[in-house]
Design a protein around this ligand. Structure first.
Ligand SMILES: [Zn+2]
Length: 338
């Protein structure tokens, strides 16, 4: 099965489904998505949300994907276990994603999010796993927790026991306001890895352009050292991270730029888009010729366009089916029983 393991759900109005701060609601990714999906003129927020879900499901159905994992994003919690409303700028509840996947089971899989400092964290992991979740998404920089903290050991063991992959951001965070960028250093993922959780490092744990500290080689070292460590290709078709796709495609370039050689890095890469982050094929000048860029420009569906960019750049087809193998959902029957 071809699965995009990294597709964002956005809940624009404050309520039990979630929350988006005004600053994020005005971000280019969100505004462009609203216009592209025909949502900008709709006044009734509930009608706009339902149309948004339908349009999103349609993007999956009209692409070659079998499913997209729709991601929740938990609120911030203090180390004491208390909810931290002041630092929560973006929230998508697990129920919002569970409801979307229930309404459109042919399009979506459930990507839950459970802050590990919650008092009920392990119970919530059980609840989302029972609801069919295939992964749990966290962003330490913005969720304000240290993945190395020994208090989370039971949480990581629960992830492993329930076969929930941990999709975790590493590197600098640019979109959702960060509480502490140091919490995103890839090295800090050694604890969940040592506990045997399946860890997928989002956008290959790269820093992005213009950062003086580069985190991509640390992530590549984790891929090399841990059989249970994987990375996703999300956002690598965007200007801020396209140079890492070029490094993955050329082992010599990776060695020259990042001082580390992996002969087959794609053996550890899982397909993900990071929709609605915009795609900029012009920034992959090494990997895409003019004819490639022309063919890509003709593809309107952004989920399919992301696949085409990576395919034409030389990313092996295998990456599209890797998440299904990791999650044990290679056939339709497996999805039904997940
Ligand atoms: Zn993302």
């Amino acid at each position: 099965m071809k699965i995009d393991c990294h597709t964002h759900l956005v809940v624009p109005t404050r309520g039990p489904r979630g929350y988006l701060s005004g600053w994020l609601a005005r971000s280019p990714s969100f505004v462009v998505m609203k216009v592209a999906l025909g949502l900008s003129g709709i006044k009734d927020p509930e009608a706009a949300y339902q149309l948004y879900l339908e349009q999103l499901a349609n993007l999956v159905r009209t692409s070659e994907l079998d499913r997209a994992v729709l991601l929740a994003f938990d609120e911030v919690y203090k180390p004491s276990g208390e909810r931290d409303e002041k630092h929560t700028r973006f929230y998508v509840s697990n129920d919002a994603v569970i409801d979307a996947a229930t309404a459109f089971p042919e399009a979506f899989l459930i990507g839950a999010s459970v802050h590990p400092s919650r008092e009920d964290a392990c119970d919530e992991l059980d609840r989302v796993a029972d609801s069919g979740a295939v992964l749990v998404k966290l962003l330490p920089n913005s969720h304000g927790f240290d993945p190395m903290d020994a208090r989370y050991t039971a949480y990581y063991r629960k992830l492993r026991q329930r076969r929930l992959a941990l999709l975790v951001h590493a590197g600098y965070e640019h979109t959702i306001p960060a509480m502490d960028q140091r919490l995103g250093m890839p090295e800090r993922l050694r604890r969940p890895l040592d506990e045997g959780a399946t860890v997928i490092v989002a956008h290959c744990g790269s820093s992005g352009r213009l950062h003086t500290i580069e985190t991509f080689p640390q992530t590549m070292a984790l891929l090399r050292d841990y059989p249970n460590c994987w990375a996703d290709s999300s956002a690598l078709g965007n200007f801020w991270r396209s140079q890492y796709l070029e490094a993955l495609l050329d082992p010599e370039l990776m060695e020259r730029r990042h001082g580390l050689r992996l002969d087959d890095p794609f053996a550890k890469i899982v397909h993900g888009s990071d929709y609605p982050i915009p795609l900029t094929p012009w920034s992959l000048r090494r990997a895409l010729g003019r004819a490639d860029r022309k063919a890509i420009a003709a593809v309107e569906n952004p989920l399919q366009k992301d696949i085409e960019i990576k395919r034409r750049a030389g990313v092996p087809e295998d990456c599209l089916g890797r998440f299904a193998r990791l999650a044990g959902i290679e056939r339709e029957e497996d999805v039904a029983s997940a």
